[in-house]
Design a protein around this ligand. Structure first.
Ligand code: 5RP
Length: 258
């Protein structure tokens, strides 16, 4: 009996009916096809956001393919939050915790802004801490996004929400004050729920997020270090010197690889 191959070819995929979704899917599928070593990789990091949905979907397609099933069924997938955990389970993949698998072979994640050095701003979805934990625990970290995430100048010039900073709730006004008065943030706004007076957004780690705006960032590493040194800061959304590659999709299915 011939093995039945069910992985859809990227070139033959039906349109998703929305240009941005086509762009995200193109980037994610290409990134998986070109970087996931089905025979060697065992622990895979799955990030958060709307682009990574297609990463998990693609890996799920490998799982259902006769040729790869035996290998992919042995994969352990480490999540970056509750959404990510759901994506892993929804696609039939095996969820595992980082505590047990601290060495990740490859991790895929989205980004809010990507500069020419592959430094990133992340945390639009509030998952920055676990995303950084997973991406820095991975031997290879691959970024998937649509081309609109590419920074036209320096980091900070594009992503209007600025740099998210995860803070311990009891320290948030103190950190807010330090960000504005010591570090020169133009704004440092507590991320709130959908409507006015809905209260703070609480992260998967039971912390708050301050959305800080610094304008164009001259030295992302230095800014990260200075924010991180404030008492009460858990992590920043500046991901420096961490990504190996970025796949940036266009609505027509073209993918820019940097
Ligand atoms: C969540 C993130 C996401 O990866 C980032 O917001 C990109 O999301 P999307 O793929 O939906 O544009 O950092 O904290």
């Amino acid at each position: 009996l011939m093995a039945s191959i069910k992985i859809p070819k990227i070139s033959e995929l039906p349109s998703l009916g929305h240009p941005l979704e086509n762009a995200k899917r193109a980037a994610a599928y290409r990134a998986v096809d070109e970087n996931l070593d089905v025979y060697q990789h065992r622990v895979v990091g799955i990030g958060s956001g709307s682009t990574v949905i297609y990463v998990a979907e693609r890996i799920g397609q490998y799982l259902r393919d006769d040729e790869y099933r035996d290998y992919v069924s042995k994969f352990k997938c480490v999540a970056t939050g509750y959404q990510s955990k759901q994506l892993i389970m929804d696609n039939g993949l095996t969820y595992a915790i980082l505590e047990q698998y601290p060495h990740i072979d490859i991790a895929f994640d989205g980004a809010d802004e990507i500069d020419c050095n592959l430094d990133l701003i992340k945390g639009g979805g509030g998952c920055l801490f676990q995303e950084k934990l997973v991406s820095t625990s991975a031997k290879i970290f691959v970024v998937v996004a649509d081309t609109s995430k590419k920074s036209p100048r320096r980091l900070g010039s594009h992503w209007v929400q600025g740099v998210p900073v995860e803070v311990v709730p009891a320290a948030y006004t103190r950190v807010q004050d330090d960000l504005l008065n010591l570090l020169g943030a133009k704004t440092a706004t507590l991320r709130q729920g959908g409507k006015v007076k809905m209260g703070p957004v609480v992260t998967d780690n039971n912390n708050f997020i301050l959305d800080t705006y610094f304008g164009d960032i001259d030295d992302p590493k230095k800014l990260h270090d200075r924010i991180k040194a404030l008492v009460g800061v858990v992590e920043t959304g500046l991901f420096i010197n961490n990504a190996a590659k970025a796949y940036l999709g266009s609505p027509d299915g073209e993918v820019l690889i940097t």
